[in-house]
Design a protein around this ligand. Structure first.
Ligand SMILES: O=P(O)(O)O[C@@H]1[C@@H](OP(=O)(O)O)[C@H](OP(=O)(O)O)[C@H](O)[C@H](OP(=O)(O)O)[C@H]1OP(=O)(O)O
Ligand SMILES: Nc1ncnc2c1ncn2[C@@H]1O[C@H](COP(=O)(O)OP(=O)(O)O)[C@@H](O)[C@H]1O
Length: 296
């Protein structure tokens, strides 16, 4: 039985008769091929990437497994449509906390149509993309009130995030206390989620090392997706030394990937370095942070 994913934080959604992804509940995420050649571009990327002899196996694991395409009834009732069949990155998780971080100071590929460039550059300037080299596209955080309770700021609120909002949400993402105007994020889970040998920072450093040398692809408008479960993180944080929280660090959204033509992807690399610095600051100074409410 196909249904819209329960926990999707950004992108096009299969709700209100819209075209969006579906999941089968057995570990596969079906992303409909979008028009304008974007869907075809994403299929071409996955096909090329997973068969490329120069991509190291440890880098493949940062990407959703690719199982080809399948024609399925589209969620907008427009009839049969090809879908990318990808590993569901949330498979097996009941109460995931996740954040989608779109990487790069610019999200538009060279030679894109003028109207697309205009649309993107406005979003890049109005969000933190230009200032930070990345922006938050969406986030949900499990609320301590219950396994099925989540804090999920609206799309409009996330679009208004400025630098300090990003700083706060990256702290709130690894906090055991809920977002509140009266309490600053406690960052109690920072060492279990961002830190440690298998934590987010270690994994992002591994990715960064590849981006420092790979010249095969340029990842415009792609996102880093971070996923973890609070129960596992709380258990991990309680151990001495702190154990792995099982956090998943993945890349998604490859509709605008271009060939690298022998040039470093400095746009993605710069954004990744900036994100690493922001997260390192959370880990190194969990007590910091202004007592201000997060925009909801
Ligand atoms: O249409 P919009 O304004 O919601 O823009 C979509 C973006 O939403 P945003 O406004 O940045 O939150 C959306 O961003 P997210 O994935 O939500 O971060 C995508 O960039 C999408 O483009 P594509 O599917 O990657 O080609 C964008 O869609 P299109 O450029 O395909 O319209
Ligand atoms: N393979 C996946 N497994 C689970 N969730 C995913 C997967 N790919 C994307 N998502 C969810 O869908 C959102 C949008 O994905 P994305 O590929 O950026 O779509 P779009 O092209 O519509 O922007 C992500 O923020 C994430 O919540």
């Amino acid at each position: 039985m196909l249904k819209p994913p329960e926990h999707q934080v950004a992108g096009h959604r299969a709700q209100d008769g819209q075209l969006g992804p579906l999941v089968d509940g057995c570990g596969i995420f079906y992303k409909p091929l979008q028009g304008d050649g974007r869907g075809d571009a994403e299929v071409a990327f996955y096909t090329s990437f997973f068969s490329h002899p120069a991509v190291p196996p440890h880098i493949l694991s940062f990407f959703p497994g690719f199982h080809g395409t399948l024609v399925l009834p589209a969620s907008d009732a427009s009839g049969p449509r090809p879908h990318l069949a990808l590993d569901d990155l949330l498979a097996g998780l009941r109460s995931p906390s996740l954040i989608d971080l779109k990487i790069g100071g610019r999200t538009w590929p060279p030679d894109c149509p003028e109207d697309y460039f205009q649309k993107c550059i406005v979003k890049d300037r109005e969000s933190t993309s230009v200032a930070l080299g990345f922006r938050v596209s969406g986030v949900q955080i499990q609320d301590p009130a219950g396994a099925d309770a989540f804090w999920r700021p609206s799309r409009a609120a996330v679009k208004r995030y400025m630098v300090e909002d990003v700083r706060r949400v990256l702290r709130q993402f690894v906090s055991a206390n809920p977002p509140s105007p009266d309490q600053k994020p406690d960052c109690a889970l920072a060492s279990a989620v961002y830190g440690g040998p298998d934590g987010v920072l270690a994994q992002l450093m591994e990715l960064k090392a590849w981006f420092e040398e790979q010249t095969l692809f340029h990842f415009y408008s792609a996102s880093v997706l971070l996923v973890y479960e609070k129960d596992a993180a709380v258990a991990a944080a309680g151990q001495q030394p702190v154990k792995s929280s099982g956090v998943r660090v993945k890349l998604v959204d490859f509709a605008h990937v271009m060939e690298g033509q022998g040039v470093i992807d400095h746009n993605f690399l710069g954004g990744l370095c900036s994100l690493i610095k922001f997260m390192s600051d959370v880990l190194n100074d969990p007590e910091a942070g202004a007592l201000e409410s997060i925009k909801v």
